[in-house]
Design a protein around this ligand. Structure first.
Ligand SMILES: NC(=O)c1ccc[n+]([C@@H]2O[C@H](COP(=O)([O-])OP(=O)(O)OC[C@H]3O[C@@H](n4cnc5c(N)ncnc54)[C@H](OP(=O)(O)O)[C@@H]3O)[C@@H](O)[C@H]2O)c1
Length: 333
């Protein structure tokens, strides 16, 4: 089969290469999926660039890509909930990484049937970004009428998070730049802050929750704009101690600056490191089928242009999700 692989760490165009390789073998609990579409995520190019080398040891060459939607072509002997021909979507676990390929094997316990009302391209856009947003907002125990700031509302995670937070009845502030303001507003955000022309801290403060998708100073500055007892739920900041343990980081100590801010504001701070989760994927399927959440696609690239797709995502300017389609013909949006 044809697959895109990480050959070596470095620049995206040097690190990635198409290869002819054998189809993955499936174990008893696995299914083999003929991939129709694979969504890209920043973690993919960060892996190629070697930024996550210390955290995630890769045995190169290896496949790339976590998100997929496609059709089951083979099932393991213990698989009960799926059959050959089923259309599925999911975020494959680390050991199955390699969705930018004609076929991918995956544990059937972490995937779900794809939403009936969307294309494979749109379905593939949902798992990693959707599960991340859902898990981070669930960790913050988001409730009706909570005032939340979602950073980078035009990104893959942010565009899902806005719609999910609105479905719960929260009051949503979000940041993006001028060209994205109108379409991000149309996702349901109550107040879109154009971060190049407005100071988000002046517009959004005394908040119940900040969803930190940007990291660095944004993580620390979130404590200035939450109310006392508020919550900062991050997907890019330093780990909290519990998450550090789950990530296998022994002897971890939270940065002192962060500990002090948490104490000063009597705040809750958590880092979410998303995990595949079939029940939550089913929840996403329902939210999409009842049109509470719509997938937001920026560009769809053909399989042979997958390297260009990664380079585009790595500019950090994507407006929603970037997809690689393996179909011969596909809708761009
Ligand atoms: N912990 C986890 O499990 C997990 C899971 C998923 C993602 N992540 C991480 O979360 C981050 C976001 O992921 P993503 O998929 O949403 O990324 P993405 O789709 O690449 O985000 C791109 C968007 O970010 C916006 N943006 C960039 N700088 C901004 C700023 N200063 N203020 C407001 N918006 C800004 C851009 O809008 P403009 O062009 O208007 O600036 C663009 O639309 C990444 O670092 C990713 O690695 C972590």
């Amino acid at each position: 089969m044809k697959a895109l692989q990480i050959k070596k760490y470095g620049e995206i165009k040097d690190g990635l290469e198409f290869t002819e390789t054998s189809k993955p073998e499936i174990a008893d609990n696995d299914v083999l999926v003929a991939v129709k579409a694979a969504a890209l995520n920043p973690i993919d190019y960060k892996l190629v660039q070697g930024h996550l080398k210390d955290m995630l040891k890769l045995d190169l060459p290896t496949g790339i890509g976590y998100d997929m939607s496609g059709e089951i072509v083979e099932i393991g002997s213990k698989v009960k909930d799926f059959k050959v021909g089923d259309e599925v979507f999911g975020r494959v676990p680390q050991e199955y990484m390699g969705t930018v390929a004609e076929f991918v094997a995956v544990d059937a316990n972490v995937i779900a049937h794809k939403p009936d009302n969307v294309t494979f391209e749109k379905a593939s856009s949902l798992p990693l970004a959707g599960l991340t947003a859902m898990q981070a907002l669930k960790k913050a125990d988001i409730k009706k009428d909570d005032r939340i700031l979602i950073h980078a509302g035009s990104g893959g995670v942010g565009s899902f998070a806005i719609q999910y937070a609105k479905s719960i009845g929260a009051i949503v502030y979000t940041t993006t730049s001028d060209t994205n303001v109108e379409w991000v507003k149309a996702l349901g955000a109550d107040r879109v802050i154009d971060y190049k022309n407005e100071d988000y801290k002046e517009v959004a403060n005394n908040l119940d929750i900040v969803f930190d998708t940007l990291g660095d100073d944004y993580t620390f500055d979130a404590f200035e704009i939450i109310k006392d007892g508020g919550k900062v739920t991050s997907i890019v900041g330093p780990p909290d101690e519990k998450t550090a343990k789950q990530m296998g980081m022994t002897d971890y100590q939270m940065p002192e600056k962060l500990s002090k801010l948490i104490k000063k504001k009597s705040a809750q701070y958590t880092l979410t490191w998303m995990q595949p989760n079939a029940p939550q994927l089913k929840e996403i399927k329902t939210l999409v089928e009842d049109r509470t959440i719509r997938p937001v696609i920026d560009l769809v690239y053909s399989f042979d242009k997958a390297v260009d797709a990664f380079e585009y995502l790595a500019t950090g300017r994507a407006q929603g999700k970037v997809i690689v389609s393996l179909a011969e013909t596909f809708e761009n949006k």
